[in-house]
Ligand binder design. Structure first.
Ligand code: ADP
Ligand code: MG
Ligand code: ZN
Length: 649
């Protein structure tokens, strides 16, 4: 390091500090000649904004150097009762002066936060007189301020100073400049909204709760799979409460240097407390809040310090100050129990994947402002999108809009929405892919097999669409119209397994051998069968118990996925049971296909011509009388292309 400029800078810093001290003394001396007001009511910025909206302000003096704003109240008739910063209710008469802490916000900032500026306003108390003292009060801090900024900007270029700014939180303040999100923008999730309404109520008028002596939870944990609207809901709480929203992501705390995360946490809470009532939102809290136990060394200590700081801050602040901490995670199982203790994140709001009605509502919200065709029926789309999250649905509507534009249409039609579902599930069509005739035929029989078995078995959802158009990594697919359900019965599992096995069974029956096509079906079937045995107690042989335990600690998913809590002998029995379940599912599929072989051929033949079957065409493929002709064409094509394969077994 170079020592000469270093000394130079230190000298400069010293003169600057001297200057500041001198100015401060001067300021204090001079402030004696400014008339002070007798009634000093200090209110929060949100209260000031509310007053401005209701037109209860005569004039405003904004003092950016001291970071405050003085408001002269306009009250016609009876005094107005408002809440001051201490949470007390005070009576405000016409002409009363109110002060508000505005930190470093300027008039433009205030306006974006919703402050309605009266016609009579001024900056920096210059209007109160033209005495030398007043001018000096305005000018000296201003000069100092400019000087300080200049100094900091210069110093900021050195690496040293960058290290200092590490400790500052990167929290983003979201206020009026963003389109406001309210509960109306969140569809479904009624229970979650109900739980959070209380928090909103608290932020809006704290003293009501304080009067009764009720304490509000400091921390609320939003739990749910990705894309179910956790971030959206947190922003909606801020929007509803009209409170500033400090948002930060857990992963932003995790830095290379030990101690930085902790400093950021401190800064974040300080910022929020200064702006109370306010909301702190920590997204992906699992990034810092994971269980503290033998994890990877190194990264571990920083995480722990950050987590400890969060715990300290949460314990430290008075619940009545009006700061509520919301946090979101999709892995509540890995969180440190210390975070979930009373006084911290002891409230939990769970968000789930939406059901059919909720999906319809979410689609409705995202279709707003987009031109939809008259043919569009969102309820049908909702039925077809089982398992989609809110984010998937938002994406779906947007994809459809883009498709409509690409097709030069003036509005979004049902075709675009249907196409987008396929895209979200399986990826875009791969039109350029040249599928050879043999593969195409294999795919057609494979998918026809799935569809036919699904149709013939009682405990399976109805078939909605069959396609042999290649998408993403799939050669083709069969889509069922899945219902909302909380439970699966053993017979539903068994029939589902038979449907999964049907692709393989059809290939085997028609061609005498199988391709690599069914590999993911088989994997999926094995997984289901294993869970039937080990998790759901659906095996009569092994009885009602679970096998295998989730490990209590696994950092970043390392280490074994499951702890074995059974003997080798049981392990062998589990394997046998899984095998027998998948085997009998395969037998069911084969039996159904053998009994309906002409129908299978009919569907596959149709698929080879039209590529996709859905709606009335699909229904016809299942029910229309079979012609001899269909059978004939098949025999011809199979003997041509698969010489030697036993298509009659
Ligand atoms: P998460 O934080 O749970 O991963 P987000 O809140 O970021 O999910 O959701 C992503 C997007 O999905 C939102 O911006 C919104 O457009 C959409 N979305 C999710 N859930 C809903 C919902 N319940 N209602 C309306 N839109 C939703
Ligand atoms: Mg999120
Ligand atoms: Zn398949």
């Amino acid at each position: 390091m170079n020592s000469k400029p270093e000394k130079f800078r230190k000298a400069k810093l010293r003169t600057l500090l001297l200057l500041i001290a001198a100015a401060a003394i001067l300021g204090i001396l001079l402030s004696g000649c400014v008339p002070t007001t007798s009634s000093q009511i200090t209110i929060n910025l949100s209260e000031a904004i509310a007053l401005s909206k209701s037109g209860n302000i005569q004039n405003v003096v904004v003092n950016t150097s001291s970071g405050s704003m003085t408001i002269k109240a306009a009250v016609a008739g009876a005094p107005l009762s408002i809440t001051d910063t201490n949470g007390n209710t005070v009576q405000v008469k016409d002409g009363d002066l109110l002060t508000t802490n505005i930190d470093s916000l300027n008039i433009a900032d205030l306006q974006t936060m919703g402050f309605v500026l009266p016609a009579d306003y001024s900056t920096n108390a210059a209007s109160s007189g033209s005495s030398v003292g007043n001018i000096l009060i305005v000018i000296i801090p201003l000069l100092l301020f400019v000087g300080l900024i200049w100094f900091l900007m210069r110093a900021g270029r050195s690496a040293q100073n960058q290290a200092l700014s590490f400790g500052r939180s990167k929290a983003r303040l979201i206020s009026g400049d963003r389109p406001l999100v309210t509960f109306a923008d969140v569809a479904g999730a009624e229970e979650a909204k109900e739980d959070l309404r209380e928090v909103v109520e608290f932020l809006r008028n704290r003293h009501k709760f304080q009067d009764i002596g009720a304490t509000i939870p400091k921390g609320v944990l939003l739990v749910g799979p990705p894309g179910t609207g956790k971030t959206l809901l947190a922003r909606a709480v801020a929007g509803e409460a009209n409170a500033p929203f400090f948002s930060v992501s857990g992963s932003e705390f995790v830095e290379m240097f030990v101690g930085v995360g902790a400093a950021r946490v401190r800064d974040l809470f300080d910022q929020a407390k200064r702006n109370s009532p306010a909301i702190i939102f920590i997204d992906e809290i699992d990034a810092v809040g994971r269980l503290r136990s033998g994890a990877i060394p190194g990264s571990h200590e920083e995480r722990e310090q950050t987590l400890n700081q969060i715990l300290v801050e949460m314990d430290g602040f008075d619940p009545n100050i009006g700061v509520v901490v919301l946090a979101a995670t999709n892995r509540v199982d890995v969180l440190d129990p210390a975070l979930l203790r009373p006084g911290r994140f002891d409230r939990r709001v769970t968000l789930d994947r939406p059901n059919t009605a909720e999906r319809g509502a979410i689609l409705g919200i995202h279709a707003k402002g987009k031109k939809l065709d008259e043919s569009v029926d969102l309820a049908t789309i909702a039925k077809e999108t089982h398992g989609f999250s809110g984010a998937d649905l938002a994406n779906l509507v947007n994809e459809a809009a883009i498709l409509a534009v690409r097709r030069n249409k003036s509005s979004i039609g049902m075709e675009e929405l249907e196409e987008s579902i396929d895209r979200v599930i399986a990826g875009p069509e791969r039109k350029s892919l040249r599928v050879n005739p043999r593969d195409r035929e294999t795919t057609a029989y494979h998918e026809a097999g799935h569809a036919l078995v699904a149709r013939m078995l009682a405990n399976v959802d109805p078939v909605h669409k069959i396609s042999i158009v290649a998408r993403g990594t799939m050669g083709g697919y069969t889509r069922l119209l899945t219902e909302d359900r909380y439970f699966m019965t053993a017979s539903q599992f068994k029939d589902t397994l038979a449907v999964l096995m049907a692709g393989h069974a059809a290939e085997k029956m028609m061609f005498g051998e199988v391709s690599t096509g069914p590999h993911s079906d088989i994997r999926q079937a094995t997984e289901i069968a294993r869970r039937m045995v080990t998790d759901y107690g659906m095996s009569e042989k092994l009885g009602l118990r679970t096998f295998g335990r989730q490990p209590t600690s696994s950092y970043l998913g390392l280490g074994p996925a499951e702890e074995k809590d059974y003997s080798e002998e049981i392990a062998k029995q589990i394997d046998e049971e899984v095998h027998s379940i998948t085997e009998s599912a395969h037998q069911v599929a084969t039996k159904v296909l053998h009994e309906n072989k002409p129908r299978l051929i009919h569907i596959a033949e149709k698929l080879l011509v039209t590529e996709t079957l859905e709606g009335p065409e699909l229904e016809a493929a299942f029910t229309e009388p079979l012609s001899e002709k269909g059978d004939q064409t098949l025999k011809k094509s199979t003997t041509q292309e698969t010489s030697g394969s036993a298509s009659k077994n």
